[in-house]
Design a protein around this ligand. Structure first.
Ligand code: EPU
Length: 417
């Protein structure tokens, strides 16, 4: 397994290009299952999760071609509407194939994703929603087996906003008979981007990005071209790394409008943030204030930025609190940050972080994607050498992170197994 070695203490300086969003690309790749005609996606991020999703789709019969950061997918025939355990266990987002397969083929078998490091993450909302649309669903031998000769439009209210749940049902509803209304839907920008992609394919969707999404089913979707939105979490991660190292970094190809809560907080703690149309510049001021965040569904503070903010809090002036409300075990980075000298106490779902003067490099272990990002940031802040083990988590969701950070002057290298 590869590791990352970081010699910390150097401010990040320079410009970095932001990649396409993992969590928009994954459902958009699955959207290709809804049409026999080709879907051309630009700004495809080079990530292991994207490669896994493409492997999954090609096993189903989708023909895939890459060129210059774009990908063309053609699902002319789907010979095998199955998402096997071997792939699903490495990437929960494989559940996003369920809705489109069912809508297009009338049947699907997708392995149950099971729990993961950040929590139990049930998929009951996906199943309840598809059942409301007339699917017959059985859970057997670790698989979700779904059948529906023709899905029917339905009025479905989520028990809680679910991002992939909303995406799965929205995709399924594009080919259902009649109108589907999704209430208490998630409002994340990735859902809006997926809706734009589906609309380009001929779908009729209103209200994506609000808690009520209305989809009028059509007989078939057609080929289309779509550009994957910029990754707001990668953007936030680089901004926090720049603030944490008192650096000066400019993000290119970013979208500041998607990061309001994060940018507001960074300004509030005392760093300078200037947002342009597709750029964000951050300049550190030598120190930063403590802060308080509570994660919440969009437009609240993103859970996918909690771990990175905790790394920042370890050296803030004063005591910060970070409360995680979305996932029950998303504090795995606490123990590792403590190995680097952080002063953190966890009470229930709240971490109290007492800022220290300096972290000190150590060997640590990555436990999930965003926890890994927080350890990279902490390694950049720490004195001396930090070695991060199990960075395959990082490769799932950050494109060439060590190359991008090196370009900003970080002393970071990959140690290949
Ligand atoms: N939930 C249920 N039942 C369901 C679905 C969700 O109880 O059927 C619960 C979850 O356990 C959680 C809450 O609802 O407590 C929200 O979960 P959600 O379904 O919104 O999460 P997700 O769709 O599985 C996506 C992102 C995650 C991100 C969350 C929250 C993708 C592929 N994944 O997951 O991204 O943390 O939304 O914003 O879009 C990451 O990129 O690191 C990542 C984990």
């Amino acid at each position: 397994m590869d590791r990352l070695r970081i010699y910390g203490g150097k401010p990040l300086e320079g410009e970095v290009n932001i990649s396409g969003a993992k969590n928009a690309a994954l459902p958009e790749l699955c959207a290709t299952l809804l049409s026999a005609e080709p879907l051309l996606l630009h700004n495809r991020p080079h990530l292991n999760d994207v490669r896994t999703m493409e492997t999954l789709l090609s096993q189903m019969g989708v023909v895939i071609e890459h060129s210059n950061g774009s990908v063309t997918l053609r699902a002319q025939e789907i010979d095998w509407p199955l998402a096997p355990y071997e792939l699903v266990k490495t990437m929960r987002a494989s559940i996003l194939a369920l809705g489109p397969l069912l809508a297009r083929c009338g049947e699907a078998r997708v392995s149950m994703p099971g729990g993961c490091a950040i929590g139990l993450r049930p998929i009951d909302q996906h199943i309840k929603g598809l059942t409301a649309m007339g699917a017959e669903i059985n859970l057997e031998h670790g698989y979700i087996s779904a059948k529906a000769r023709k899905l029917k439009g339905a009025h479905f209210t989520f028990d809680m906003p679910s991002v992939t749940g909303t995406e799965n049902l929205m995709m399924a509803a594009t080919l259902a008979e009649g109108v589907t209304v999704l209430e208490r839907a998630a409002r994340e920008p990735e859902i809006v981007d997926l809706a734009l992609c589906l609309t380009a394919m001929g779908a009729k969707i209103r209200g994506a990005g609000t808690s009520r999404v209305e989809i009028e089913g059509v007989a078939a979707l057609h080929g289309a071209e779509h550009r994957v939105m910029p990754d707001r979490i990668e953007s936030g991660t680089f901004l926090v790394a720049a603030a944490a190292t008192h650096g000066h970094v400019v993000l290119r190809d970013a979208d500041p409008s998607l990061l309001k809560t994060v940018l507001d907080l960074l300004r509030q703690i005392g760093v300078t943030v200037d947002a342009g149309n597709d750029t964000i510049a951050l300049r550190g001021n030598g120190h930063f204030q403590s802060f308080h965040i509570t994660t919440a569904p969009y437009p609240g503070f993103p859970t996918d930025m909690q771990a990175q903010m905790m790394a920042l809090a370890t050296c803030a002036d004063g005591v910060s609190t970070l409360t995680e409300t979305i996932f029950e075990s998303r504090m795995m980075h606490v123990q590792e940050l403590k190995r680097l000298g952080a002063d953190i106490k966890v009470e229930g779902n709240t971490a109290h972080v007492n800022g220290v003067k300096q972290l000190s490099g150590a060997n640590v272990m990555a436990t999930d994607l965003r926890a890994s990002a927080s350890l990279v940031i902490a390694g950049l802040m720490a004195d001396g050498e930090t070695v991060i083990d199990r960075i395959y988590h990082l490769d799932r969701g950050y494109e060439a992170i060590e190359k991008k950070l090196s370009k900003l002057g970080a002393r970071i290298e990959r140690i290949s197994a």
